[in-house]
Design a protein around this ligand. Sequence first.
Ligand SMILES: Nc1ncnc2c1ncn2[C@@H]1O[C@H](COP(=O)(O)OP(=O)(O)OP(=O)(O)O)[C@@H](O)[C@H]1O
Ligand SMILES: [Mg+2]
Length: 238
Amino acid sequence: MPILVITGTGTEVGKTVTTAAVAAAAVAAGRSVAVLKAAQTGVRPDERGDAEEVARLAGAVTASEVARFPEPLAPGTAARRAGMAPVHPQDVAEAAAKLATEHELVLVEGAGGLLVRFDAAGGTLADAARLLNAPVLVVASAGLGTLNTTELTARELRARELELLGVVIGSWPGSPDLASRCNVADLPEVAGAPLLGAVPAGAGALAPADFRAMAPSWLSARLDGSWDAEAFRGRVAP
Ligand SMILES: Nc1ncnc2c1ncn2[C@@H]1O[C@H](COP(=O)(O)OP(=O)(O)OP(=O)(O)O)[C@@H](O)[C@H]1O
Ligand SMILES: [Mg+2]
């Protein structure tokens, strides 16, 4: 699995923090890692983007982004409004493939959810994943509403003949409500793919050394971690 595309059920679901955890676990397992933000929106040139945030938390990873646009909008809209050239799926695929020649694992973080548009032709992260023939990891929110958006995302991946590696809960609450606790059993059902981890809420605020030490305990063996889905489900089941 040299390239892994990381999407989410929406924006603000914890893709970046999850990407950092996956990167940290891979680094701890001795792999060289690069992270590529397909299109960074809503940051000024001097601000830290998602890829840099991953590097801050995960440590020794190569961080890059294909392009950045100032307004916090879908990349295609942000590019158009800024009068800048948009990012095309081909650009994302080329940048990821290049990083894969120099790293054992390349994590490609999308912007928002799977079908957010990158260019005027309607190109998306799904098109980039298709060009790369790369598996996709879906980061999902924990609570009410996540079953619908997770299943929609999984169905779209399947319709495009993309491999859904699994689902990670991007922010597992300290005091999970009933919906969150039930969703641990239901998410893999609706996704038709395994639950591969749960990143605790607040993880992004940990000191980087603590984040790196703990990241493998949030992720399953498929993602270089030691997290046990069965045990977790048993522990949180209502
Ligand atoms: N597990 C977590 N621990 C701490 N903070 C979190 C966690 N998950 C999400 N957050 C916070 O929630 C916000 C959104 O998370 P994040 O940036 O990872 O979302 P995203 O899915 O990457 O969004 P985008 O579509 O903008 O890339 C951030 O402020 C982040 O710090
Ligand atoms: Mg992000």
